[in-house]
Design a protein around this ligand. Structure first.
Ligand SMILES: [Zn+2]
Length: 176
């Protein structure tokens, strides 16, 4: 990743101030935290809770289903309950693996697009006056756009724009 920061930044095309900062810094500085810019300017989804946890949980639950079936079969003298427990266990395992594989696929896509997302973000500047993002080079944003628009563009260009919907629904802060 290359980042060029000239000593004299060009004024913001929206309001003319030079007090704008690289998007990467805006995410973490004080005012950025206040406005939740880490999320609103994120260049990709952050994955909390890995697939391994889900897999371990699935195996435990499947094991419990199998054990419960075997126990009930013994207790009530109904041998076919063992098979029911085993089938339930297999179904739980299959579902768990499908979920984990889906998550891994998303994670791979995010990883694959990360370089391009970083490139797009590299010359993006956040202007606190306009509360918007513009490109130092003038392309693709010659005028400040909202953090949400910036994020949608980056995620879409990086190939995982569809992952934004679920995240946005999860609790998008209202735009000022
Ligand atoms: Zn501005």
């Amino acid at each position: 990743m290359t980042r060029e920061e000239s000593n004299k930044p060009a004024p913001c095309p929206g309001c003319g101030t030079s007090e704008h900062v690289p998007v990467e810094r805006a995410r973490t500085d004080r005012s950025g935290r206040r406005e939740d810019l880490a999320t609103r300017l994120a260049s990709g989804p952050d994955h909390t809770g890995g697939g391994c946890t889900h897999l371990a949980e699935g195996i435990v639950i499947a094991g419990m289903a199998a054990a419960a079936g075997a126990y009930a079969a013994d207790d009530r003298n109904l041998p076919w309950l063992t098979a029911v427990g085993a089938v339930a266990a297999v179904l739980i395992l299959v579902a768990t693996i499908a979920i984990v594989r889906g998550e891994n696929r998303d994670a791979r896509r995010v990883l694959a697009g990360a370089a391009w997302a970083a490139e797009l973000t590299g010359d993006a500047r956040y202007c606190p006056g306009c509360r918007g993002v513009f490109s130092a080079s003038g392309s693709p944003w010659s005028q400040p756009v909202s953090p949400e628009r910036f994020r949608l563009h980056v995620w879409t260009a990086a190939g995982y724009g569809d992952l934004l919907d679920a995240k946005a629904k999860a609790g998008e802060p209202p735009s000022p």
